[in-house]
Ligand binder design. Sequence first.
Ligand code: NAP
Length: 259
Amino acid sequence: MSSMHVLILGGTRDAMNLADLLLAAPQFTATYSLAGRTRRPLPAALPTRRGGFGGVSGLQQWLSAHHVAAVVDATHPFAAQMSAHALQACRALGLPLVRFGREPWVAGDGDNWQHCASLSAAAQRLISHGQPGQRILLATGGSTLHHFDHIHDRHFAVRCVDPPQPPPRFSSWSLIEDRGPFQLDDERRLLREQRIDTIVCKNSGGKAAQAKLLAARELGIEVIMVERPDIAPADAELFDSPSVLQWLQTRLATALSSQ
Ligand code: NAP
């Protein structure tokens, strides 16, 4: 084995950082994989493929055909299906799988968070506890808006990377087309200018999207926090790219010593 082929399941800033590290590590060749949802994705440093694999069997075929020796699942914490597929495919092929995760956010003093298990529970919470005329920053991603489109007496400020297609069926809404990382000053300004009463977001964790929570704490704004789906554990779960690189180097050393 001259170099080890690693598949990075990407779609996050962490995955991009790992791609930078792997590019500079000559003992690895790596491919970066994107679902292809974002119209203008940030370019990764590595050769990139786009689009689904075609379920678990398609992923297995791809891994075998490209002689992949290890997989890094660096998808978003809510990309539960891709993570489950990666686990099944790697188990079936006996490939090592590491999850490059992010610690979830935890409420601190002064936070007013309501925890919900799903997006539909968050919508239900808005109906049962919110008020007509309430102004909501919806920061859950463009593909999630249908969960809220039966709520007609509120204003939704929708923040997403691309304009949502199809447009949401909200009676009153505005688009904030933006991509993180977000700064605290900008988040304060946004919440004030848009006169936001409530933020609905996913518990993605990480620093890039955390500033809205700090601004909400300062301004006494309620946060409806959608908690993460359960994802079965991989062989390892690591939280920074140097640790993932180290883990890959150990797998490579093990593979070389058994040749
Ligand atoms: P998902 O529900 O777990 O995945 C749905 C399907 O999309 C998968 O079964 C797979 O199709 C394809 N897919 C997902 N990630 C892929 C990847 N990295 N490379 C190739 N195919 C992929 O995931 P999702 O919630 O739609 O998220 C899609 C992507 O957006 C992920 O890469 C994720 O990191 C990123 N993202 C997600 C969120 C979120 O909140 N969910 C937020 C920010 C970024 P096949 O079954 O055909 O292989």
